[in-house]
Design a protein around this ligand. Structure first.
Ligand code: ARG
Length: 461
């Protein structure tokens, strides 16, 4: 008979039994479920709601059950619906009468809310740690390439010169924001819903402060209806995962472009590439492509949970059982993607000569040419138009701004002097971009130092 079988005259239909059961996926939270129960049983004993002996019996029984589950000695049953009822049933089989007192002043609604929170809370530091490792790789690649000039693009058209180091730090900044998003989410979820009961608290003198403290939460949640209805923490977590995956996916897209023969800015290590079953010449960036592809399923998880939650009244509704698989899948996906992505970046070979070649060919110093004239007193808008004509002339005659003879420069404007070549060299174009955040050597070193400090601050903890 079901734990809740008292009110029923018939057994659950097998189809419904299967349909309703969540044990095949929520068994993952067995540790959190047992820790929550240990805290609850401890508090029940301290408050005199159950006897001290029963409380101790429950705690010991729960600890033993945990050890047995970890040792693979326990099998969960579909008939017991979910992890909460499986644990309670197993405990009662072992302890008899005391086991039946565990659920005093508690509901599966506050129980699942606390378990799920603890589960997500436990995964965030793991993800942050992986991201910190990614940051270290980016810092290393950036440091090695502070002077590696490459074209920066807008509309995927060569735009202005940057360096590969500057580029790596762009991504490093994106991942810093991801880390702080996970940290923010962790801080906001640091409240314990246990003791909210089914929805309306309890008539037993529960000490919610105490269970919150035993489970390592900053405080109990403040409203019992909200406590059991709220899945914001999971939605925020999925948002942070989705934004992170969006960043990884953009980065993947660039990696894929960069290792094509059209660019050849980088080579991926053989260990991080795959071949083709038919085309012998192929070396494919499958890792980057899979990361880009897996981004979709994480977005899917976010949309799943937002949609599950959008139409349900307070408090608990069974719809909410659909909150877990999407979150677990997002966790698995993120924890799979980040380390392999870091390793791929760590082992890639940068091709500065190809970057330099691409940087030299695309008039990416045209803005600098207009700036040159502006510094000589020509109004920028006029300078811009003049340089536009120069570029046109170069394209028509197969030249670049670096090779155009001075007479041809001066035919357009007498403001051009011999120093134009120096001003337009790619090295000057990069080294003069000293504005805060720009690609100049020292400025990128400053940006690197900032990322490094961000990482170190968190590595000490
Ligand atoms: N397995 C359920 C879930 O995951 C636990 C809560 C069930 N509560 C209930 N009143 N049926 O959401």
């Amino acid at each position: 008979m079901k734990l809740w079988g008292g009110r029923f005259d018939k057994e659950t239909d097998v189809l419904v039994n299967d349909f309703n059961s969540s044990i095949r996926f929520d068994a993952r939270m067995y540790r959190e479920d047992i820790e929550g129960s240990i805290a609850h049983a401890t508090m029940l004993g301290e408050q005199g709601i159950i006897s001290r002996e029963e409380s101790e019996q429950l705690v010991t029984g729960l600890r033993e059950l945990l050890a047995d589950i970890q040792a693979g000695k326990v099998e969960f049953s579909e008939d017991n619906e979910d992890i909460h009822m499986n644990v309670e049933t197993l405990l009662t089989q072992r302890l008899g009468a005391a086991g039946k007192r565990l659920h005093t002043g508690r509901s599966r609604n506050d129980q699942v809310a606390v378990d799920f929170r603890m589960y997500v809370r436990g995964e965030i530091p793991k993800i942050v740690k992986m991201l910190l490792e990614l940051e270290r790789v980016l810092v290393r690649q950036a440091e090695a390439n502070v002077d590696t000039v490459m074209p920066g693009y807008t509309h995927l058209q060569r735009a202005q010169p940057v360096t590969f180091g500057h580029y790596m730090i762009a991504y490093a900044n994106m991942f810093c924001r991801d880390i702080t998003r996970f940290e923010d989410c962790l801080e906001r979820m640091d409240e314990c819903p246990l003791g909210a009961g089914a929805l309306a608290g309890s008539t037993h003198p529960l000490d919610r402060q105490r269970t919150a403290e035993l489970l390592g939460f900053a405080r109990p949640t403040d409203n019992s209806l909200d406590s059991v209805s709220d899945r914001d923490f999971a939605i925020e977590f999925l948002s942070a995962c989705s934004i992170l995956m969006m960043h990884l996916s953009r980065f993947s897209e660039e990696i894929i472009l960069w290792c094509s023969w059209e660019f050849k800015f980088i080579d991926l290590d053989d260990a991080y590439s795959t071949g083709s079953s038919i085309m012998p010449q192929k070396k494919n960036p499958d890792v980057a492509e899979l990361v880009r592809g897996k981004t979709g399923r994480v977005y899917g998880s976010l949309i799943t949970l937002l949609t599950v939650m959008k139409g349900i009244p307070l408090a608990y509704n069974k719809d909410m059982q659909e909150d877990k698989e999407c979150v677990f899948d997002a966790i698995d996906t993120v924890e799979l993607c980040v380390p392999v992505f870091s390793a791929m970046l760590d082992t890639m070979t940068v091709r500065p000569e190809n970057m330099a070649k691409a940087a030299a060919g695309g008039f990416i110093n045209a803005t600098d040419c207009a700036d040159y004239l502006a510094k000589k007193g020509v109004p920028f808008r006029d300078a811009y138009t003049l340089v536009g004509r120069l570029v046109n002339h170069c394209i028509a005659t197969g030249q670049t701004l670096d090779t155009l003879p001075l007479e041809e420069y001066q035919a357009l404007s007498p403001a051009f002097g011999e120093d134009v070549y120096q001003a337009l060299s790619l090295n000057t174009c990069v080294s003069q971009r000293k504005t805060t955040g720009g690609p100049a050597h020292d400025e990128v070193l400053r940006q690197i130092a900032r990322i490094r400090a961000f990482v170190e601050e968190r590595s000490e903890q």
